[in-house]
Design a protein around this ligand. Structure first.
Ligand code: PDD
Length: 289
């Protein structure tokens, strides 16, 4: 039997229900996180919960639990569901109230939900790389908030999927921002470049792990806006996310990148990333490198 966390209680997942007037359901009025589990251990959980609090604060929701309480509850949920490899999905909404665009006043409690999903590592894609398309970034201007409102992201991802691609790389005019559910990196003259963490992108937890790995291993790295032209001329391109890790991008809009195979710096970072996972979560059985 699967369990879910609903407002502090772990209950049968089939019994975890929210009201039709939950503001997350009606307005997407909430924020979320996805945390990766390797070997039954949560990877970078403190960083995810810190971002969860920040996203919630960004839209004026005060979490009903401390991060320590949340960590304990998520671990209890993981144990109950015996999750070894997969994700914990967690979201908080502004709660249930009569439908009104204005925030409810009074003591409307936020709705907090978490559940687990078994997913293996995408080893095939991590080895061979994935294809992407380009698409104009039509999202709002607070992409730093991990909001439940994902329509812009979904439309971009669907377009990619319909063209047999894994990801849609978004751009505002000539500036590349991020993927529909990932951060984007290029390698130019041996330097790793990725968009600075501002309101136009999500400050990815995996992105920050990669930046640290670069800085600690003498891989030149820059956080700055790069253009479509730089993307087009890149020696290597990769994307990052909690579920996709460090994923080579080997084709964009039908054009091959680095001869259509994963490049050397991408592979080095995949190797360093796996070592970081092993440091926090124990030895991995199957590895990319
Ligand atoms: N998405 N940018 C966007 C728009 C994202 O949705 C994500 C993650 C990232 C990468 O962030 P992180 O490294 O912290 O996972 C960047 C998650 C995995 C999702 O929506 O499923």
């Amino acid at each position: 039997m699967e369990f879910a966390l609903l407002n502090g209680s772990i209950i049968k997942r089939s019994e975890a229900k929210v009201d039709v007037e939950d503001r997350g359901y009606q307005f997407g009025d909430g924020v979320y996180e996805v945390i990766r589990i390797y070997n039954g251990k949560m990877f970078t959980v403190a960083e995810h919960l810190k971002r969860f609090v920040k996203s919630a604060e960004g839209i004026g929701i005060t979490l009903p639990f401390t991060t320590l309480q949340l960590t304990e509850m998520l671990e209890e949920l993981r144990i109950k569901n015996n999750l070894q490899t997969g994700n914990i999905y967690m979201q908080v909404t502004r709660g249930t109230a009569p439908r009104n665009h204005v925030f409810p006043t009074g003591d409307v409690a936020p709705t907090l939900v978490a559940y687990t999903i078994k997913v293996v590592r995408p080893l095939e894609n991590l080895k061979s790389g994935v294809k992407a398309i380009l698409t104009e970034d039509i999202r709002w201007l607070r992409c730093d908030i991990k909001s439940l409102n994902l329509l812009g992201n979904l439309l971009a991802k669907q377009k990619a999927s319909e063209q047999g691609c894994f990801e849609a790389i978004q751009h505002r005019g000539q500036d590349v921002t991020e993927g529909s559910s990932s951060n984007i990196f290029i390698v130019k003259n041996g330097t790793v470049i990725t968009h600075e963490s501002n309101h136009l992108i999500l400050k990815g937890i995996t992105k920050d792990v990669i930046l640290d790995l670069c800085n600690n291993n003498d891989i030149p790295v820059q956080e700055r806006t790069f253009s479509l032209a730089e993307l087009d001329e890149a020696e290597e391109v990769f994307l990052s996310s909690t579920t996709a890790e460090v994923m080579p991008v080997i084709e964009i809009n039908g054009k091959k990148i680095s001869a259509g195979v994963s490049g050397p710096i991408t592979q080095k970072l995949q190797n360093l990333f796996e070592k970081e996972v092993e440091k926090q979560c124990g030895l991995l059985v199957d590895k990319v490198i």
